[in-house]
Design a protein around this ligand. Structure first.
Ligand code: HEC
Ligand code: HEC
Length: 256
């Protein structure tokens, strides 16, 4: 039963990860993470809630995402793990990920071929970007807003803008679902769909920002509205100002 439900690629990491890497990871973990996640990653409950959740079965991908984006180690329990400068080198992150993966099967760190669309023709790539844009609108924009410019979440949390996320971290976010973000299993969003979404997000970065106030890429309706209210509004204001300061209005003032 368990084998049927655990992700197919989980065994790859557990089988391959060499003992020494796991051992190194365990040592780093005891120093930097066990205070909140427990001596064996089982999680720690304090009197006033949880310091850190159990990491059994979260998989290497989750560690690579959390440590790679600087979210972990968290400085203090509370609200939302902030994105900050990475505290560990790539090798150390790999060791930590190998250790946590050894606790229980979970999603593995994706291979580069899974999150890039290399090998597609120019036309196929363009199609994938369009498809990815549609998938993004249906699956992600509710929280991350149009073009992934970010949005507010309940309880003072935020779904961050995705402009600075790397391709690998976007993939990992989808397979591990940090915080209130849902996990997008392959049955919901196949690997090619995930790669298309990533290609779409990358394409929004390539699109030049034409400068000025870009309004989160909301589209022509809001931009038109903005032009009417602020643009025409200020022209009308300016016309009034000219009229009030013209020679004729001065003469009227002095003769009155
Ligand atoms: C100050 C306490 C604290 C420390 C130290 C800490 N964590 Fe966490 N960690 C948390 C909390 C709280 C969460 C859940 C909240 C969140 O996801 O923002 C979490 C979540 C995680 C997750 C996501 C689990 C999931 O369900 O996908 C991973 C992976 C993780 N931590 C790894 C680490 C590693 C590795 C370290 C050490 C380098 C570390 N943490 C240090 C408190 C901590
Ligand atoms: C229910 C709301 C919700 C949906 C739907 C959602 N996300 Fe998220 N996402 C979040 C939240 C909240 C965070 C911040 C988690 C954290 O900081 O620990 C986040 C974080 C991320 C991050 C990490 C950003 C960073 O700066 O490290 C990426 C990448 C991401 N989401 C991509 C996606 C993609 C792609 C989709 C659609 C397939 C999606 N999300 C759908 C709520 C959501």
């Amino acid at each position: 039963m368990y084998a049927a439900f655990s992700p197919a690629n989980a065994s790859r990491t557990t089988a391959q990860a060499d003992e020494q890497l796991i051992q190194e990871g365990r040592e780093l973990f005891l120093v930097g993470c066990s205070f909140c996640h427990g001596q064996n990653g089982e999680g720690v409950r304090s009197d006033n809630g949880q310091l850190g959740p159990s990491l059994v079965g979260v998989g290497a991908a989750s560690v690579d995402f959390q440590v790679g984006t600087g979210r972990m180690p968290m400085q203090q329990p509370g609200q939302q793990a902030a994105v900050k400068k990475k505290a560990y080198t790539d090798e150390e992150t790999e060791a930590l990920a190998a250790y946590v993966a050894s606790l229980g099967p979970g999603p593995a760190i994706p291979e580069e071929s899974e999150y890039t669309l290399d090998g597609l023709s120019e036309d196929e790539r363009r199609e994938a970007v369009v498809n990815g844009g549609q998938l993004f609108l249906t699956n992600c924009s509710a929280c991350h807003n149009f073009e992934g410019s970010g949005g507010a979440m309940p309880q003072g949390k935020v779904a961050l803008p995705l402009r600075d996320s790397t391709e690998k971290h976007i993939y990992e976010a989808m397979i591990t679902g940090p915080q209130q973000m849902p996990v997008f299993a392959d049955s919901v969003l196949g690997p090619e769909d995930k790669a298309s979404i990533i290609a779409f997000l990358e394409s929004t970065k390539e699109n030049p920002d034409y400068g000025g106030f870009e309004m989160g890429g909301l589209g022509p309706v809001s931009e038109g509205m903005f032009a009417w209210l602020v643009g025409i509004g200020s022209l009308v204001g300016f016309a009034y100002w000219i009229a009030a300061h013209s020679a004729r209005s001065k003469r009227q003032e002095t003769s009155a």
